[in-house]
Ligand binder design. Structure first.
Ligand code: ADP
Ligand code: ADP
Length: 230
């Protein structure tokens, strides 16, 4: 569960300076359990593509399917995806426990004991069980990143969407979190689409790398083929 089919997708933003074609006819198949990284220069459409899969941006043309179901018109909560953002996007007024349980309460009818158990299990897995009663403002960047990842995991999604999740961390923490995300990927085996600027992240984490430029796919391949010396 968790295969993604992006079929000839376009995104055109209206702006006061005219139309901006952010994604221009992208097609891509991601297998169940595959970890695919999207790289490319700033403005190449990486975020827009991810946000269309997440349902945070409408799709101008083309279709996106997950497990064979077209998701173009499904709400974000009904797509089986969970996203982790660069800015963590935690709710500042809620403690960690509430940040993690809120989405489940809103979108499932799980009994509250089960939600509590799932939050606590996930918090242990992410090493944040001692932070559950704290507010995000009292956490370090690395801790907030763990909470944001935990909040995505607790939803038990078919697909993880990561938008530069490690960019705000210092180099040492970035390396540490990269190793943790890799371990997580091995443990959970959830399909992942991962946007990054960092070539080392792309090299070490991905099954396949997609290079976007000008809203179009320039190259798709394994890390070895994409970054092979010419
Ligand atoms: P990347 O993630 O690769 O940096 P983006 O997907 O953010 O690229 O942006 C792709 C293009 O779409 C850029 O030209 C950007 O300026 C434009 N864009 C992104 N979001 C919006 C928006 N909400 N309104 C208008 N243009 C946008
Ligand atoms: P709101 O604006 O209602 O405070 P958000 O804009 O953060 O909430 O989220 C919009 C919708 O996306 C919500 O219905 C929420 O359930 C869902 N959502 C929240 N976090 C995630 C996530 N990490 N991945 C996918 N969907 C999420």
């Amino acid at each position: 569960m968790g295969s993604i089919e992006v079929d000839n997708v376009r995104k055109v933003y209206d702006s006061k300076d005219g139309d901006i074609v952010a994604v221009n006819g992208v097609s891509l198949s991601v297998d169940d359990g595959e970890f695919v990284t999207i790289v490319g220069p700033s403005g190449s459409g990486k975020s827009t593509l991810l946000r269309m899969v997440a349902g945070l941006e409408s799709i101008t043309d083309g279709t996106i399917s997950i497990d064979g179901t077209v998701i173009n018109d499904l709400s974000p909560q009904n797509r089986g995806v969970a996203m982790v953002f660069q800015e963590y996007a935690l709710y500042p007024h809620m403690n960690v426990r509430k940040n993690m349980s809120y989405g489940l309460k809103l979108t499932t009818d799980l009994p509250s004991e089960e939600i509590r158990d799932r939050v606590e299990e996930t918090a242990e897995m992410m090493g944040i069980e001692d932070l559950l009663e704290k507010k995000p403002g009292n956490l370090s960047g690395g801790q907030q990143q763990r909470v944001a990842t935990g909040r995505a995991i607790v939803r038990d999604p078919e697909v993880f969407l990561f938008d530069e999740p490690l960019s705000n961390l210092d180099a040492k923490l970035r390396l540490h979190m990269r190793t943790e995300l890799q371990r997580l990927q091995e443990d959970l085996g959830t399909t992942s689409l991962y946007v990054t600027h960092d070539q080392t992240e792309a090299m070490t984490m991905s099954d396949r790398i997609v290079i976007l430029d000008g809203g179009e796919i320039q190259q798709v391949g394994t890390p070895e083929t994409v970054y092979a010396e010419p």
